[in-house]
Design a protein around this ligand. Structure first.
Ligand SMILES: Nc1ncnc2c1ncn2[C@@H]1O[C@H](COP(=O)(O)OP(=O)(O)O)[C@@H](O)[C@H]1O
Ligand SMILES: [Mg+2]
Length: 194
């Protein structure tokens, strides 16, 4: 199974989501989990180099061809981190996805980038939104949730804004983060191919 993490916009939480979803999958007993880094920036790869996660293997695949091959070749569960602003790599990944997770932020300016991402996803592929670095209890957040509900795009998770999550590879994974992303993984796995 391939879970692709995508948003055509950068800085929304793709890499954080990919790493945490992979770690959550190991906790769920799904190891070995393959983390495929399709971003030339290699943020996921650098994260795992700095701070390996037991049970998560890394493959760097920063092109259409390499990401397609990586996604088609493995046997178990893969989580794919994708680059911002590279429609071709993103398209190659989402076309082979069994589920697509779209990280975004709360706030109106973000909608159009999510819509642009959704447009790349084939209609039969299930997808859901994760609101990253969310400020719980704010109007921005409740309006964002209401917006996606009205658009009938499911919200697979709301991950609160936390220093421990923002510290990335500089610290151990945050327990709260792993728990929030376990819920996202559960939603994505509902669509597991049998
Ligand atoms: N839940 C969170 N709380 C606080 N900061 C977060 C959270 N999730 C992501 N971030 C921060 O947001 C920034 C962008 O995240 P990143 O995962 O690198 O996004 P992308 O891969 O889409 O560019 C990073 O500095 C990251 O640490
Ligand atoms: Mg990234």
């Amino acid at each position: 199974m391939n879970i692709v993490v995508s948003n055509v916009k950068g800085g929304v939480g793709k890499t954080t989501t990919a790493v945490y979803v992979a770690a959550s999958a190991v906790e769920r007993g799904l190891e070995p989990v393959l983390l495929i880094d399709a971003d030339r920036q290699a943020s996921s790869a650098e994260w795992l180099d700095a701070r390996p996660i037991e049970g998560v293997e890394l493959e760097e695949a920063p092109s259409e061809r390499t990401v397609a091959r990586a996604m088609e070749r493995h046997q178990g569960l893969a989580v794919v981190d994708t680059p911002p602003g590279d429609e071709r790599i993103t398209r190659a990944a989402v076309e082979r996805a069994d589920a697509v997770v779209i990280p975004t932020r709360a706030g109106g300016v973000e909608y159009s980038r999510v819509v642009a991402t959704l447009e790349l996803v084939p209609s039969k592929v299930p997808c859901g939104i994760v609101v990253c670095a969310a400020r719980l209890g704010t109007n921005d957040l409740s309006q964002t949730v209401a917006w996606w509900e009205s658009e009938q795009v499911p919200i697979w998770g709301i991950v609160p804004e936390r220093v421990a999550i923002a510290s990335g590879p500089e610290a151990r994974l945050s327990r709260e983060g792993v728990e929030a992303y376990s819920a996202v993984l559960r939603r994505a796995l509902r669509n597991r191919p049998r």
